[in-house]
Design a protein around this ligand. Structure first.
Ligand code: ATP
Ligand code: MG
Length: 401
């Protein structure tokens, strides 16, 4: 494992600026872990001995993101970098952050509060890797291990037990035996962790290279403390194909594919998901159970029930579910028909109908519910016979009922 990390230029600049002013500073946590693994870090966090006011005095452009927790965002161009003062955490409550924190002049103290050895390393160009808890060794061995006593660390913040499984799924790592044992013991404490934090971890787990590791959440006894509907998801859990694109609603729909749509939506509702995701997962779990007949009218009817994007997602989901065989062949035909339907611009939605509500009323349809019902009926016809989507043909249809 290479001991030299390429840091983005702004991160190096921020660290050296802080050094020039007499403060210690390092890249820390996930970015060090990911760099050592040869993965591209999502963001670069910086830890420093400087107090938030001191950080603000060093840099011209800063944003007060979480001053109470010691975090100041330093802006370089349009990108923000979080610079956080070395701290010791108080008890974690429901929220994203510990309830109170104490600043400390010691890097070691700051690293000690972090969850896993692989997340508790710091790095600077001057000093190289600061690895007090054996993070490099665990990275090399592919192990998730708590910093210090697992029982204590999980008792401080039960979300960490879910993070252990999430990191094991993202990195393909095993959870060290003592850490795993503590997970089972502390699982009931998950009941006091906010649903939002739980949902965020589960989503990252599903978006990982090993979404199937969600089974560990059940095997380790966490599910009942996550939510009743989550615990009730039918076993065996479905296989989630890693070829399915890493998008939130797709991966959740794959996980919930065998649930009735109300149950699927219910799982996400209990976890306080946003409504957009709930709605998409509801539609995907409804339709992924139905066969699509390779027949143009049938395909148009399904296309008309959702946005074009969601329809494409439904096909992706079905592709990931179906094994090679006649069903899979039929799906290929459906894809060909879909392309033809789009190519010829067939009408699929009310807004593409050659007549609108006003036209109908002018033609004598009574204002009110009848207008909507009639439009729906005309659309049904046009989905069967797309060439009928002209003013004349539709008016004719109206006359003949
Ligand atoms: P990613 O950004 O991919 O989710 P990450 O390791 O950067 O992974 P973050 O949640 O961004 O995870 O947290 C940054 C760092 O803060 C972690 O690497 C870890 O050192 C520390 N950390 C985050 N959450 C906790 C927690 N609940 N308990 C202890 N330490 C934590
Ligand atoms: Mg991060």
């Amino acid at each position: 494992m290479s001991k030299v990390i390429e840091m983005p230029a702004p991160v190096e600049q921020i660290i050296s600026q802080l050094n020039v002013h007499g403060y210690q500073a390092y890249a820390v946590g996930g970015c060090v872990r990911d760099s050592l693994l040869g993965r591209t870090p999502e963001d670069w966090d910086i830890t420093t001995s400087a107090r938030p006011e001191e950080v603000k005095a060093v840099f011209r452009r800063t944003v007060d993101t979480g001053i109470a927790h010691g975090t100041v965002t330093v802006m370089v161009g349009k990108t923000g970098y979080e610079v956080t003062t070395y701290r010791i955490d108080g008890k974690y409550e429901d929220g994203r952050h510990p309830k109170q924190v104490t600043f400390t002049p010691s890097l070691e103290e700051d690293l000690k509060r972090r969850d896993f050895t692989i997340n508790a390393m710091a790095y600077s160009q001057k000093e190289g890797i600061v690895d007090i808890f054996g993070g490099v060794k665990d990275l090399e061995a592919g192990v998730i291990r708590c910093v210090g006593s697992p029982i204590e660390r999980f008792t401080e913040d039960a979300l960490r037990i879910l993070r252990a499984v999430r990191f094991s799924a993202q990195l393909g790592f095993e959870i060290e035996a003592n850490t795993y044992k503590a997970i089972g013991e502390i699982a009931p404490n998950l009941g006091r962790v906010s649903k939002e934090r739980i949902l965020a971890e589960l989503t990252k787990l599903l978006l990982s290279d090993h979404p199937e590791r969600i089974t560990a959440v059940y095997e380790a006894g966490m599910a009942p403390y996550i939510s009743p509907r989550f615990a009730a998801v039918a076993k065996p859990l479905p296989h989630i194909s890693p070829i399915l694109p890493k998008r939130k609603h797709l991966r959740w729909a794959a996980f919930l594919q065998n649930e009735p749509e109300d149950a699927a939506a219910g799982v996400l509702k209990e976890l306080k998901s946003d409504n957009d995701t709930i709605n998409r997962v509801r539609i995907l779990t409804r339709w992924c159970k139905m066969k699509i007949i390779p027949d143009k009218a049938a395909v148009r009817r399904i296309m008309s029930r959702m946005t074009p994007e969601l329809y494409d997602d439904l096909i992706l989901l079905k592709e990931s579910i179906l094994a090679e065989g006649p069903e899979r062949e039929r799906l290929k035909q459906v894809k060909r028909l879909t392309a033809e339907i789009r190519e010829s611009g067939d009408c699929l939605y009310l807004r593409d109908l050659a007549l609108n509500g006003r036209d109908l009323m002018e033609a004598g349809v009574a204002p009110g519910k009848a207008v909507g019902d009639t439009l729906e009926r005309l659309l049904e016809q046009v989905l069967e016979e797309p060439e009928k989507n002209t003013r004349e043909a539709l008016l004719e249809m109206l006359r003949t009922g």
